[in-house]
Design a protein around this ligand. Structure first.
Ligand SMILES: [Zn+2]
Length: 190
């Protein structure tokens, strides 16, 4: 790419996706996160899925550069659970499944996974965490985004990585639950 990464802005990405007719249901926050991290030279890639997601952002930037429309194809990566090629299906929602152990995750409309692949137990914990987290902003003391920021600071995580979809183990779920409780008690003191 001859353009430097700093030539791209999140609004130019949005404009491009709207023009390509595929903006609906895209999580722009992730694109923003990649742009910001690359500019700050602190992009962390831990898994093959992370790498595939970053590659997707770069392919969109390339399309902007070459004035080509973007069409989203499924990501290709090895699963973090069994390290085999992930399977993509488009049932009710786009879904990535590990053919070896059946862990799965659903995806946004740009086919970016909404978190990590997970088994039933972890998916159940995620639902419970969501319910718990929803009760924080239902009394209007904080926005959804604000609640995530507070949890991110408590867990010492990036705002993008602190999404419940990334909770992948029981200890992580426990930490997350404690962070939610902490945010609740901070807010009730206001
Ligand atoms: Zn697996």
């Amino acid at each position: 790419m001859s353009n430097s990464i700093s030539d791209f802005s999140i609004s130019s990405i949005k404009k491009h996706l709207v023009q390509s007719g595929c903006f609906n249901g895209v999580d722009l926050l992730y694109y923003q996160h990649v742009l910001t991290s690359i500019k700050a030279d602190n992009l962390v890639i831990k898994t093959e899925m992370d790498a595939a997601k970053v590659e997707r952002v770069f392919s969109v930037l390339n399309n902007i550069q070459n004035r080509k429309n973007t069409t989203f194809k499924p990501l290709v990566f090895k699963t973090q659970c069994c390290f085999v090629d992930v399977e993509f299906t488009k049932l009710e929602r786009p879904t990535y499944t590990c053919p070896n152990c059946n862990a799965f995750v659903t995806a946004h409309n740009d086919l970016m996974p909404m978190g990590t692949l997970a088994h039933k137990k972890i998916r159940k914990l995620r639902v419970q965490l969501h319910t718990c987290l929803d009760s924080i902003w239902s009394d209007n003391k904080v926005t959804r985004k604000g609640a995530y920021s507070l949890i991110a600071s408590k867990l010492n995580e990036d705002n993008v990585n602190v999404h419940i979809g990334n909770v992948s183990s029981v200890p992580e779920a426990v930490n997350y639950f404690h962070a939610i409780q902490w945010v609740k008690s901070e807010l009730s003191a206001l």
